[in-house]
Design a protein around this ligand. Structure first.
Ligand code: ADP
Length: 588
């Protein structure tokens, strides 16, 4: 077997080596004396092009390359939550404690702590027949999440031996089983899975429920289904990272996988600090209890960035298979696409749009298609939702990454530079954004929030659309000539924009808002519109209506009504009635 070869060329993260006749595409290789980790991208004869996940300086022709014969895989087991990994699942905290802050090349640290003991409950017994995906043991991974060890998708058989309940490390045997061919398999608390292969499930389903994020413009206007995929494109400073952080902090997924892909290093540090200080509102425990961070800042090698997306989604699928709802955030997929472009350029492949490789669309499709709401192999329901940030250069949404991403996601939150400039956050523009999940989810909203929810949401949207056409007229001839009913539309649309769509991530109450409050806010705004419209129809001028400060009071509801005081909304209805009476009397 020709499993080791010699480097003939080094070009940045790309290494070409000869003499690897028996290696295969996608094999992981060890490069040079430092045994840097790489992956074979393509083979011509016995020559392999290898992308190396670590800095290649100092490497030259003549150095040795060895293939491991295995595809790039992650190790899945307890201890992943609360951890911080790089793009190829090396645990950064463990490496730091051994090596200090500057990670040396070729660092080899097991992805899961091999010394940690887990309090294991074995859920099967000798004689049981196990099928792929079946749970054979559980252990509390963090105070919030129970880890469920599953038979690997490729294994089945009859149990011949089980360990007693007790405390075990990830590599100790827990269950032994013999398959139909008589081969014995030993199951531990962990398993490996190749990151570029989606993990199998029994059935893909239409998602019955939204991923609730506590952000009004998302939950009410452009909701994402659990198991759905959303893109959030926006130029520099429009709030991509902030929105991703808000979703990671507040969404109702069980598991959060946050991939910081090629973004600025200090933003990752900020995420780390914020997440570890925050308390999960549902469990009262640390938010890190349900979170895995994958950090690939812009100063790490490009190839590792490419892998981090796959590492992230594989981890998410693994928790999905346990019956959890996982959400993965990737910030930003543009940096990943740029990594593809760089490697493709070095491979001297024929470039397509703006220098990106011709396979960019298929790579994006493969990635977003791994989102989904599924019945798992063991019959449970689980989901992976994906939220990918895109950073188009110069805010130009017609560039290839944004355009191709749009083809594969059904939810699009377009960030707008002028909104961000005007400090309207989240700068998700209501006229360019959309969600195709709305129809699928309308039942959920009707049953769980209010039968009127979808109707109210559509009425707000209609008012915003009316505003947009009226503003065209105003631009030409000014607002004075508009009839009062149209002036009222402009005023109510202002209430919707400032009072409902705008949401302050730094305000303790406004940062995350329950569906109940979102609904009651819509209800109050629409009640104000109804009463004001009656007054306008009766001939009361807008100037009189505006002289009452009721519009601004309704805008301030988001700050003035705490999340846990829904009963306060009744007072606003009384105030609107009082306003109505007052205008009537004033003009009597
Ligand atoms: P990007 O990642 O697109 O470059 P950021 O997420 O860093 O942009 O956002 C830039 C700034 O916008 C933040 O520092 C913050 O001041 C402001 N911002 C974004 N979203 C919000 C929000 N929901 N509430 C308040 N401020 C926000």
């Amino acid at each position: 077997m020709k499993l080791s070869g010699t480097i003939t060329k080094v070009s940045g993260p790309l290494v070409v080596a000869n003499g690897l006749a028996d290696a295969n595409v996608s094999d992981v290789v060890r490069v040079g004396e430092q045994r840097l980790i790489g992956e074979i991208l393509n083979m011509t004869g016995d020559s392999a092009s290898i992308q190396v996940y670590e800095e290649t300086s100092g490497l030259g022709p003549g150095a040795k390359v060895e293939t491991t014969g295995m595809p790039l895989s992650v190790e899945l087991g307890p201890g992943m939550l609360e951890n911080i990994y790089d793009g190829i699942q090396r645990p950064l905290p463990a490496i730091e404690s051994h090596m200090g802050s500057f990670i040396e090349r070729g660092a080899h640290e097991p992805s899961l702590d091999t010394a940690a003991k887990w309090d294991v409950t074995v859920t099967v017994k000798a004689g049981d027949t196990l099928t792929p995906g079946q749970i054979y043991a559980t252990c509390p991974e963090t105070p919030a999440i129970e880890h469920r060890c599953m038979v690997p998708p490729t294994v089945s058989g009859t149990v011949t031996w089980v360990a007693d309940n007790g405390s075990y490390t990830v590599n100790e045997p827990i269950v032994k089983l013999t398959d139909a061919k008589g081969k014995e398999h030993t199951l531990t608390l962990c398993q490996k899975w190749p990151i570029r292969t989606p993990r199998p499930s029994a059935e893909r389903m239409t998602s019955p429920r939204p991923l609730i994020t506590g952000q009004r413009v998302i939950d009410t206007m452009f909701p994402l289904a659990k198991g759905g995929a959303a893109a959030i494109p926006g130029g520099f400073g429009t709030g991509k990272t902030m929105t991703q952080h808000q979703i990671a902090k507040w969404c109702d997924a069980d598991i959060i996988i946050y991939v910081g892909c090629g973004e600025r290093g200090n933003e990752m540090t900020q995420a780390l600090q914020e997440f570890s200080e925050l308390v999960d509102p549902r469990t009262g425990k640390s938010l890190m209890d349900r979170t895995v961070l994958i950090a690939n800042t812009s100063n790490m090698p490009v190839a590792a960035r490419e892998a981090s997306i796959y590492t992230g989604i594989t981890l998410a699928e693994y928790y999905r298979d346990m019956g959890y709802h996982a959400a993965m955030m990737a910030d930003s997929t543009s940096r990943w696409a740029e990594a593809l472009r760089e490697i493709s350029g070095r491979l001297e492949e024929m470039p397509a749009d703006e220098g990106y490789p011709a396979y960019l669309p298929s790579r994006l499709a493969e990635f977003y298609e791994r989102a989904g709401y599924v019945r798992t192999l063991n019959g449970a329901e689980g989901s992976v939702s994906v939220i990918g940030a895109v950073s188009p250069q110069g805010n130009d949404f017609s560039e290839p990454v944004t355009q191709n991403t749009k083809r594969f996601v059904r939810c699009f939150w377009g960030l707008d530079k002028s909104l961000a400039y005007a400090r309207h956050f989240p700068a998700i523009h209501w006229l360019t954004s959309y969600s195709e999940y709305l129809n699928d989810l309308s039942h959920w909203y009707q049953d769980n929030v209010s039968p009127k929810f979808v109707d109210y949401r559509n009425r707000l949207m209609a008012l915003l659309n009316q505003e947009s056409s009226l503003l065209e007229i105003v631009k030409l001839i000014g607002s004075d000539v508009l009839p009062d009913d149209q002036k009222l539309v402009l005023e109510i649309a202002r209430v919707i924009r400032l009072g409902f769509l705008q949401q302050n991530a730094f305000h303790p109450d406004d940062t995350c808002v329950s569906m109940e409050k979102q609904f009651l806010m819509m209800d109050t705004i629409l009640y104000l519109y109804k009463q004001a419209r009656t007054l306008v129809t009766m001939g009361h001028p807008m100037s009189v209506l505006k002289s009452e400060n009721i519009f601004d009071r309704v805008i301030a509801i988001k700050y003035d009504v705490p999340n846990n005081r829904p009963e306060m909304f009744a007072q606003y209805h009384r105030d609107i009635d009082a306003f109505y009476q007052h205008v009537l009397e004033k003009n009597a």
